[in-house]
Each structure stands twice: as structure tokens, then as C-alpha cells.
Design a protein around this ligand. Sequence first.
Ligand SMILES: *Cc1c(COP(=O)(O)O)cnc(C)c1O
Length: 432
Amino acid sequence: MKFYSLNKKAPQVTFKDAVIKGIAPDKGLYFPESISPLPSSFFENIEELSNHEIAFEAIRQFVNEEIPDTLLKDILGDVLDFDFPIVEIEENVATLELFHGPTMAFKDVGARFMAHCLGHFSSNTENEVTVLVATSGDTGGAVANGFLGVKGVKVVILYPNGKVSDIQERQLTTLGQNITALKVNGTFDDCQKMVKTAFLDEELLKNMQLTSANSINVARWLPQLFYFLFAYKQLKSKGKELVFSVPSGNFGNICAGMVAQRLGMPVKHFVASTNVNDTVPEFMRTGNYSPKPSTATISNAMDVGDPSNFIRIRHLFEDNFDKLDQCLSSYSFTDAETKQAMKEIYSSTGYVTDPHGAVGYLGLKKYQDNYPETYGVFLETAHPVKFLDVVEETIGFALDIPSQIQKVMDKEKKSIKISEYSELKGYLLEHN
Ligand SMILES: *Cc1c(COP(=O)(O)O)cnc(C)c1O
């Protein structure tokens, strides 16, 4: 399968080149040239398939010219070695827990899949690939963990000093080997600006193969479609129309859900739930897309003012607003509403949500006000312990620390402090 650039000014590439490049030379996002529905027997018999079998059938068409079936099965075996349980918390309302992976963030699946692909593609070349990534929290940990020890790949992670949680910082800075953490004296936007500058720096590009591990990369974006199929498998016997509410920041996860729908998965509707960074809810309300600077919130992995994957969603619907409107609703919620929801969910059901999951819950309930006969699933994208301070303060008691997190708690943090782009560039050239 070939991938084309959504800016349409760059040549089509293979899956391999799309993964290595990350973004097309014309700065467009890569998109698969076709999405062929799976046979209806796949959905009829999905309860009988293992998660590995489901994932294999779903991703195969996108990668099979570059990754042989046996290798793909091995990769999926490694990537999907944990559970994706559905937990019903109210009548017709369930959460899909995506946080049982090694860093307890849903980004583990995409990061690990991309790491395996890139490791495979660079295993028989002389050239190392350097993955450069800016993180406001969860991306960095998942990427660091996924790429740890992958031969031929170096990872450089930029994070804003003092602006990620202690647990998140430990997940970035305690691994060593091929992972380097740069602690930036600045904000997440400063980190992201440095990364973007590096991708345009001719001198760097002449000297090294740089790629991104954000969800613009097809190998991080597409595997997220598995989640929706795993949920469908568990909920099909309910016999109700399914609605997914996805806490959204860069809109990669929800866009992957829409790809699952194109593969033939029955789903009635998607809800994109956001915090006050409401560029998409405003677009769905007015038809005008106007990006803005991001605002800091308690669901900080969704503090995005110009979601990079929304263009893929518009493209899926041929830029036709009415068609998109039939399939997608989008609502935004304040921090106060989010905390109130966390409290109410806990007191009425005993379930502890993280702030992102709580935003998803709110969006789902808002939709179900008008469609009470549907069965709704909100995605829990991180374990509550990842946002320890706000969760404990809101629900009023201390959380148990799971073993995955406990493991990093007493390791030594190691990072290199930088303040300016020239220091990043110097580091990259020196360590090439
Ligand atoms: C990244 C992230 C999101 C947003 O996912 P997108 O695919 O960028 O929309 C939501 N919740 C958590 C916890 C995240 O880490």
C-alpha cells in the first residue's frame, strides 16, 4: 500500500518511507491510498478471535508489502501483551481501559508498534535513525519505553522543566541506553518549537535521519484502531448501537476509531470530548476552523490548540461538513466540570477516573441525553495515578501505586539541561 501526502505536493511513498520520514517533504500528513473493508465474517465471528488475530487482520493491508506476516504477528504479540478491559460503570455506560501497558498510558500501543517497525526498517542499513519528540507528559514516557534498546534507533526527548509530573519525569529520565532526555528551560510550546525547527534544519538533515514519534507518524497513529475493535468484540452481544467518546487532544486516537469504522465496524457515532481547548467543538458548532494558542488544564495531554490529526478526519469525510456532522459530535468542558464529574463518578459508582477519562465521560453523557437508547463507551486514556496530585485532591484519598510505576520511583533521574535551539542542535550533531 502507498501513502500520499494530504498536501498533495509530494510523491507517494511506501509504509516504510512514511514511517521513516514521519511527515511528507511538503509538510503534509501521510494518508493510506485506500481503506478496504474487512469481510463481514470478520465482524460476525469477532468474539472467537484473539486480540492478536483481530489486530493482525486489521492492520495487515496497510503494512503487508513491507512487513512479512510472520514478523507482523511477532510484533503484535509483543505490542499487545496486556489487557484492554471494558468496565461497565452505569447502565449503558462503560469505560474502555487503555492504561494497562508498561507506562500506563494509551500511547504505549502506538509507541511500541512504531518502535518495532522502525527497528525492523533500520536493522539492515548503516544509518541510524534519530527519533526526536517533544512531550507535555505521557508521550515521552511511552516513546522512551517503547524504543528502549531498539537497535539502530536513538531517541531524544524534550520536556519542559518543572511542567511534567514527578512520575512522568521519572519515566523519561531513568531508562538510559539509547534514550536521552533534554530538560528544557521553557514551556511545552518551546519544546515543540525546537523540534519543529530541527525538522527544517538543512544542516541537521544532511547529517542525520530525523523522524517524529508523534501521532502524525502513521505507525503510531494507525494501531490505535485496535482499541475500538477490542471494545466492539466485548460489547457486540449487548445488541445495542455503540457510541465512542474519545478524550481528544491531537485527534489521532479518534481518527483511528473512524478508520476502524471504515473497516466495517458497526458504530453509531463518535464524540470528541475536549477540555477548554475547543478548536474542534467550535468548528463543529460554526463550520469555521480557527486554531488558537493552547490553554493549560488539568487534562494536560489534551492541551492542544491546533490538533494535528483533525485534517485526517476532514479528509476521511472528503471535507464535507454535513457528512462529518452525521458521524461526529464534539463538546468541551472546563476543569471545574471535569473535577465535579470525577467526584460524582466516584461517589455514585466507586470508579476512579483520571481527568482525561472524566472529560470523555462528560462528552458521552451529553450525547446520551439525546440518544439514551445507545450503549456508550468512554476511553480511559491514562491510569489515574499518572495525574496523582489532581486525582487525590479531587476524590480525597490516596491511590495505590501500581507496580509499573513503583519500578521507576527510586531510580536516578538523568537529563541534560538546555535553554536554546542551538544547544539541541549541538547535542544532535555531536552525538551523531
Ligand atoms: C495523548 C493523550 C490524549 C489525546 O490523544 P489524541 O490522540 O492526541 O487525541 C488523551 N489522554 C491522554 C492521557 C493522552 O496521553
